[in-house]
Design a protein around this ligand. Structure first.
Ligand code: GSH
Length: 232
């Protein structure tokens, strides 16, 4: 059985890591049987990050490498649209979400004080003392440093929210009146789009990005169509 190694779910989402959730959404769209192995830690995985997929003899790290592995090994068992490679627009959309929007969400969870009040208990509340007190400060420090290095952490909260909101408007424009980003049927890029939207909009974090997204009927209708496809 295919095993998805991922973080412990939080905030009522399939997974609070959009990359882990992307893989699970893809597995569901593809109709493949799998099992989630929750509560994993990224240290010691092949790329020091999650998700990781175990599929028989294969251990695959990185959500996109996982999607491409599944397309190669199990493509004949999934709908044709799902085994198609990214279109140029799909690739550009995925890069925007994974390499830009992601860092706005990360900042709003880990650096923003309002977000941190929810993040700390959700990710560390289950740890035994004294880890419950030490780990949050250490991981937050690393996130802050990583975000400054990446660049997003150099902007103000208002600037970060404005960037994420611009990305939401781009999603609305790219979707247009099509049911899915892949067109008439979901393609792999829809697993990314849905997982990243869910992680920004369907969480208890209170920020202008969420408030704006929840007023975008195009995105809400898209989420409903995706919910129906993945059986949520
Ligand atoms: N490019 C990777 C990114 C994965 C990633 O950034 N995962 C985050 C969680 S959302 C992680 O494991 N972070 C742990 C860390 O940075 O220490 C993918 O597509 O899987």
């Amino acid at each position: 059985m295919i095993e998805l190694l991922q973080f412990k779910p939080a905030f009522g989402l399939m997974n609070a890591s959009p990359f882990c959730m992307k893989v699970e959404v893809f597995l569901r769209l593809a109709g493949l049987e799998y099992r989630c192995v929750d509560g994993q830690m990224p240290m010691g995985t092949p790329k020091g990050k999650l998700p990781v997929l175990r599929d028989g003899d294969a251990l695959v790290a990185d959500s996109q490498a996982i999607v491409e592995h599944l397309q190669r090994r199990h493509g004949e068992r999934m709908p044709a649209a799902l085994r198609a490679p990214d279109s140029p627009q799909g690739l550009a959309l995925r890069r925007m979400l994974e390499e830009h929007t992601y860092f706005t969400a990360l900042w709003l969870r880990w650096v923003d004080d309002a977000g941190w009040r929810l993040t700390a208990p959700a990710f560390f509340g289950h740890l035994p003392w004294p880890l419950r007190h030490l780990a949050p400060a250490l991981v937050r420090h690393k996130m802050r440093r990583d975000l400054v290095g990446q660049g997003m952490g150099r902007h103000s909260r208002d600037e970060i929210c404005a960037r994420a909101i611009a990305d939401l408007h781009a999603l609305v424009g790219l979707l247009g009146d099509r049911p899915f980003f892949g067109g008439g049927e979901p393609r792999a890029v829809d697993a990314t789009a849905y997982a990243f939207l869910a992680n920004l909009l369907w969480t208890p974090f209170d920020h202008p990005v969420r408030a704006t997204g929840l007023r975008m009927p195009t995105l809400l209708a898209y989420a409903e169509r995706m919910d129906a496809r993945i059986g949520r």
